[in-house]
Design a protein around this ligand. Structure first.
Ligand SMILES: [Zn+2]
Length: 236
């Protein structure tokens, strides 16, 4: 658990909202008193939520793709051995000046690690769980019967019927929280906003039409300096 007060840099928080266009299914794994085999994840007040870890992981992945597209060399997450500063087995020019950070002598950290952190470097961006704004008591429990498919035989597996809990469908449920930035590099807002535009769905069963959403984007700073910096990916 990161204590926001202990960070030395001032923190700026930006509201972010996901509006669910279909029905959301982010499984909690364990049992929650639901009849479903795969219940949806909730907090202790029974509010539906999108876990911060899920949003952060997905956003990091999208930002990695964008940075690579801009010809920046980016390490391989989430395995610590292939992430900065170890980068076991990775080639590419990680020794550039933009990857140096004061206080981390003889180490280089790629652009993505400088935002999202790695086992050595603290994350400069912290995500809240996104909490559903609708009262839990107003939301009926929705169960979807599902069948495990045998891909080789292209049939349903016998005795593999299970129940998936989802949020109610097509109700434009809103999930809201904040993104907190502290000492983040100048290009952070640009990369995060671009990354969010690539996330059109979250959770499981996306191909079955679940979890499709759109964003009310956070009002992150977008400075010309950010674009000028990001454009230098191919310049060595
Ligand atoms: Zn890295």
């Amino acid at each position: 658990m990161i204590n926001l007060q202990q960070l030395s840099n001032p923190i700026t928080s930006y509201e972010i909202t996901a509006v669910i266009d279909t029905a959301l299914c982010i499984g909690a794994g364990g049992s929650s008193g639901s009849l479903a085999d795969k219940p949806i994840v909730r907090n202790s007040e029974k509010n539906l939520l999108i876990p911060a870890s899920q949003l952060k992981g997905r956003l990091r992945h999208e930002c990695e793709k964008i940075a690579r597209g801009l010809k920046w060399v980016i390490c391989d997450s989430p395995n610590p051995q292939t992430m900065c500063p170890q980068r076991a087995g990775l080639t590419g020019n990680f020794e550039r000046t933009e990857y140096k950070i004061s206080g981390y002598k003889d180490q280089h950290h790629c652009l993505i690690c400088q935002i999202f952190g790695n086992p050595v470097l603290p994350s400069r961006v912290i995500f809240d769980d996104l909490i559903c704004t609708e009262e839990p008591d107003n939301l009926p429990e929705v169960l979807r019967p599902c069948v495990t498919i045998n891909r080789r035989r292209r049939t349903g597996e016998e005795q593999k019927l299970y129940f998936l809990e989802t949020s109610p469908a097509n109700t434009q449920l809103r999930f809201t929280g904040h993104i907190h930035l502290s000492g983040a590099p100048v290009y952070t807002g640009a990369l995060i906003l671009a990354g969010l535009r690539h996330i059109h769905a979250l959770g499981s069963s996306k191909s079955a039409g679940l979890g499709w959403l759109h964003w009310e984007f956070p009002n992150l700073p977008l400075e010309q300096a950010a674009w000028d910096f990001l454009a230098k990916g191919g310049v060595q």
